[in-house]
Design a protein around this ligand. Structure first.
Ligand code: TRP
Length: 336
């Protein structure tokens, strides 16, 4: 039997999940849980680092995101779903790692300067935000994860984590952690509905729980191949955002739609109308999950909270053990 690798990944609850999350993370997570021992985490401390000035919706987003994870087929019987802030060891390990990480290592992480620039209107010049990737390293190491499914933008964080592991082992003169590997998500980047980089701040995303009508309206407004003026002009599907959505969300039908587009048998209006129905179908489980929550009125998030507590118990058992080893190695007193 192949040994089951341990996998950890996290998502920041900073808003509604959208099609990009489905393609870039959730579909992959669902597959990974079948073969590996997976820990999927709501990275609420990481979210707080950019939302601390307006944290009112953090809790709601946590519940809504987890609701979407479940609707995407992430199964709490097969993996551990938990919330970072339920496990104080994340912060403890973060402290130890912060102590041993040279300042230059975090200052040169490319996402740091990028995020400072991109997340405009927020004061991110904080001590904590500089430590963002160190907290992420703590997340990964606490569970001794072998593999971390991430998008390309997160590779520098994985590289930093490996450097920290090597330094830590050098300092304590023994090896307690595997060097975690990045599991690069295969999917190419999904662009926003306006053809620009997909981003909540550009308002070019389609939320997973969006209403069917909203999806139809947004899809109708999508840009197609700009060189195709009339229907009789042959289209260039690979340069058309709508055709690319077809490939991502209905791969079995995309060959035919692409062919029809390239040979002028399919117009852009029809292509968008039919794509809208594909997207409505893909997002159906997410609307259904919201609808069933809404029926439960004020007690609506109890089940999700319960599930997170169960997950926290399982995560805690691992995290406490690892933290005890780290404290022991650094000459600190341990509780267990
Ligand atoms: N930084 C990740 C992101 O923005 C979220 C995250 C936090 C994470 N902790 C993690 C991802 C640990 C993988 C492993 O996408």
């Amino acid at each position: 039997m192949v040994e089951r690798k341990r996998v950890l990944s996290g998502m920041r609850p900073t808003g509604q999940l959208h099609l990009g999350h489905l393609l870039g993370a959730l579909t992959n997570w669902r597959k990974l849980q079948e073969q590996h021992e997976c820990f999927f985490m709501v990275a609420d401390y990481h979210a707080l680092m950019s939302e601390y000035e307006h944290p009112q919706r953090l809790r709601e987003w946590t519940y809504q995101n987890v609701t979407d994870w479940l609707a995407a087929g992430i199964d709490p019987r097969r993996c551990v779903i938990f919330r970072q802030s339920d496990i104080p060891e994340h912060v403890e390990l973060f402290t130890v790692l912060s102590i041993i990480t040279p300042l230059g290592w975090v200052e040169r992480v490319p996402t740091y300067k990028e995020q400072l620039r991109e997340l405009e209107g927020r004061d991110l010049a904080t001590y904590g935000f500089l430590g963002y990737p160190i907290l992420q390293s703590a997340d990964i190491l606490l569970y001794k994860a072998h593999a971390v499914p991430v998008g390309e933008d997160q590779l520098p964080h994985l590289e930093l984590t490996r450097e920290i592991v090597r330094r830590l082992h050098f300092l304590i003169k023994k090896e307690i952690f595997p060097e975690p590997q990045a599991l690069l998500t295969q999917t190419p980047k999904l662009l926003g509905t306006d053809g620009r980089k997909m981003s909540k701040s550009y308002a070019n995303t389609i939320a997973l729980s969006e209403s069917a009508d909203a999806i139809r309206t947004t899809t109708q407004k999508m840009f197609t191949d700009p060189t195709r003026i009339q229907m009789s002009d042959p289209g260039h599907p690979d340069a058309c955002n709508v055709c690319n959505y077809w490939k991502f969300f209905a791969p079995d039908k995309a060959a035919r739609t692409w062919e029809e587009c390239a040979t002028s048998k399919r117009g852009c209006v029809q292509n968008k109308r039919e794509l809208a129905e594909v997207l409505v179908q893909v997002t159906e489980p997410f609307r259904a999950a919201r609808a069933s929550l809404a029926q439960k009125k004020d007690a609506s998030y109890d089940e999700i909270e319960q599930l997170l507590q169960t997950g926290a118990d399982r995560a805690r058992a691992v995290a406490e053990q690892t933290m005890a080893e780290v404290k022991e190695a650094f000459g600190l007193l341990t509780r267990i």
